[in-house]
Design a protein around this ligand. Sequence first.
Ligand code: ADP
Ligand code: MG
Length: 230
Amino acid sequence: MSSPPPILDLKNVNKVYPSAGEAPVEVLRDIDLTLEAGSSTAIVGPSGSGKSTLLQIIGTLDRATSGTVRIAGQDVAGLSDDQLAELRSRMIGFVFQMHHLLPHCTALENVLVPVLANSKPGKDTVERARKLLDRVGLSHRLNHLPGQMSGGERQRTAIVRALINQPKLLLADEPTGALDRASAEALAVLLAELNREEKVTLIVVTHAPELAATMDRTLRIEDGRLLPTE
Ligand code: ADP
Ligand code: MG
């Protein structure tokens, strides 16, 4: 039996933004990236170097100008927007610098939002939501609104929301960027633990060395190219 395809496989990915009256901006150049299931990768690089653009392309929120993006063997270029939305909700979880929680929904309700997109949450799903919230130390916050939680608690809620559909890929764009140092360090440890426990492949874009250090490996974007770091 042949081995399964890698969870993520980028070949020769380029991204060029047209620019009115000026030369087009080449943000990503010939990016190759293959990730095995369950791995964790940090992506670092200066502001404006294309880290978010790369994460958006990996997450199928944006399309590459050229090159191939395969998720679990599936070339995403041939998929319609509806098919991409279906693939995202089944395979990919996102965490951003800002939590993007719904202000009038409790922590538990916010976690269930991605489930509601597909169906009414069953008993098992609600149980999973409670368990995960408990796992990240929020069992006493289930019925709190985002405004009643700390920054770290809101980010932990956002992580649980990203994990609720059991995604294969968890993409985090500067998830500790808005947190104080202690909360950022705690979140870094938590992400590394959840990567293993949930068997989710993790990619984290970050400026924080302590977060990058908790990942299996770190890659750097420089002049549009993705390079290994020592
Ligand atoms: P990073 O996340 O590393 O800070 P980004 O991926 O956000 O970098 O941006 C990389 C470059 O692409 C920047 O020069 C930015 O101005 C440019 N860029 C990003 N999005 C767009 C867009 N929609 N249109 C034109 N240029 C863009
Ligand atoms: Mg960015």
